[in-house]
Design a protein. Structure first.
Length: 191
């Protein structure tokens, strides 16, 4: 299991047969590119799937000021950890109408119980599938600038798609998916 962000970058660099780094702030080409891409890559991959390790719950406090129109209430999204993606609002079986605008969640609900994906920066909390997915995504992003090869970047994109699909399947098998909203079309065909 990766113990640091540098370990994850080194997994990506190994996929590209590039020199390892010892720090994201080192002055090597590999270090500079890892430093530029790591945080955005982590957040992007976190947003792609409701990872179990990154799922958090919070009861949101209603803002004093209501939205100008369209919804009756607004609620500040969590910052500890920072909310990267809303998974569900209140009862997922009968989800209310809601919308994220900026760092607020808008809804006509009087109270909001939120399930969300948080920005988890402690690498020791990462699931092994997430580590591999993030490393593959980084390898894709680093391939062209470090190797100069468009075909290498295209191969790393395919590798990322494959590992993402596998990691989603494994992570998704560890719950009953009752927290994810279901479309009216799916509910109609299940009944």
């Amino acid at each position: 299991m990766a113990a640091s962000d540098v370990d994850i970058c080194n997994i990506a660099l190994a996929m590209l047969e590039e020199q390892r780094i010892t720090s994201l702030t080192e002055s090597t080409e590999q270090g500079r590119y890892c430093n530029v891409h790591y945080d955005d890559a982590r957040d992007f991959v976190l947003r792609l799937h409701p990872w179990n390790f990154a799922t958090r719950r919070a009861a949101l406090a209603r803002n004093a000021t209501a939205p100008g129109f369209g919804y009756g209430n607004s609620f500040k999204l969590p910052t500890d950890p920072y909310c990267l993606r809303v998974i569900s609002v209140n009862d997922p079986a009968t989800p209310p109408d809601w919308k994220v605008e900026g760092r607020d969640l808008l809804s006509d609900e009087g109270a909001v119980n939120l399930v969300y994906i948080g920005r988890i920066i402690d690498v020791t909390q990462y699931d092994a599938g997430f580590v591999q997915t993030l490393a593959h995504y980084l390898a894709w992003k680093l391939a062209k600038p470090l190797t100069g090869s468009k075909s290498e970047a295209e191969q790393k994109a395919r590798d990322f798609d494959n590992i993402m699909r596998r990691a989603r399947n494994v992570d998704g098998a560890e719950d009953v998916q009752d927290g994810l909203p279901t479309s009216p079309f799916v509910l109609e065909h299940l009944s």
